[in-house]
Design a protein around this ligand. Sequence first.
Ligand code: PMP
Length: 446
Amino acid sequence: MNDSQHVNDELFERAKHAIPGGVNSPVRAYGSVGGTPRFLVRAEGAHVYDADGTDYVDLVASWGPAILGHAEPSVVKAVQDAAALGLSFGASTPSETVLAELVERRVSAVGPNGTDVRPIERLRLVSTGTEATMSAIRLARGFTGRDLLIKFAGHYHGHSDGLLAAAGSGVATMALPGSAGVPAPVAAQTLVLPYNDIEAVSAAFAEHGDRIAGIIVEAAAANMGVLAPQPGYNAALATIAHEHGALLILDEVLTGFRVSSGGYWKIEALDGPAYQPDLFTFGKVIGGGMPVAALGGRADVMEYLAPTGPVYQAGTLSGNPVAMAAGIATLQGATPAVYAHLDSTADVLAAEVSQAFEREGVAHSVQRAGNLFSFAFTDATPVDYADVQAQDAWRYPPFFHAMLDAGVALPPSVFEAWFVTAAHDDAAVNRIIDALPAAARAAASA
Ligand code: PMP
């Protein structure tokens, strides 16, 4: 392993003079773990390579999209073939419908009572998760004619104005209450409630019911570390919303096509009472590393979008043909065998990390939602953002750096999920396992 840092250091210094904070997305700056961010120049399979020539086993996977592993040959080929035919047309293409149909088919389930549930009847493709959630909220407001929105503390839905209050991801990492630059009247349209607390939702509807357009919830929270909903929670949100004429927006930007072939909703629909979100949002895996995201759901709601309806939404690069090719190839490659591999790899790694912490007496909670996992440094089992914030977060930076020194790239924040890919083979997993004893010692002595 080459741990001379000078190339990354030089690149970061130069970047800081050209780009705010030297990064184009805040968590990349290593603000909460310290040190110089690695500047990556190549990625293949389970590995990323920095500008110093150092190779890391990667547990970030581009924050989710690289589900098949980096630069998976079938995806790269599909992108190359599409690129050769033109990068962007600004017109309809056959591949947009192919991807939409794939999504609609995959997010369907036969519920426990034998009924066929197909909650996505129409899908609108956009370029980022932020656009997907922003547009879904506008649509919910336009459809219901109401303004208020419920979101949950610690949940991240992208960086649009109304969604940054008590948000997860980088907002949690930087311990910010929200963002400057959001007008108070805009922030006041978002009611922030504690997660996993149905009473709080009932109380909000009792007070403001006829003014609430919808609830947006991460299908399983994974931007304050992983924090799964309690059984029946998402279904209860659907029930309460529908009793009051409001919509449920299930944000599967992170969980969609990652935790199962049809996302977290599908895991729940196969296991428990079938419930029907009105809108879903997707991103990450549906682009396989290219900028693709989407909102989809009930036909009557979705047809409220322009050009059929009055809610405006558009995009020069929406449904971009090269991005569509990446998304289609990625979903086609994400077979049941891939999900079985992700699940078993997550099981192994979660258990190994937990044992390493146990051996060193580091209090921790293993946080799981399907094959997503993370660790909270606490004896308790967190159920909401306040619990997660109360952990011994200072144990993470030394743990992170010990892993990095041993050639394992973890998310540079304790408030993020760890991502495995189809390319995490025994050699990759063993490198992670070998790095754990020293890293757990570093966490213990923090
Ligand atoms: N929703 C969720 C649940 C997310 O995890 C993210 C990004 N991590 C977003 C929305 C925003 O997506 P993007 O970064 O593509 O704008």
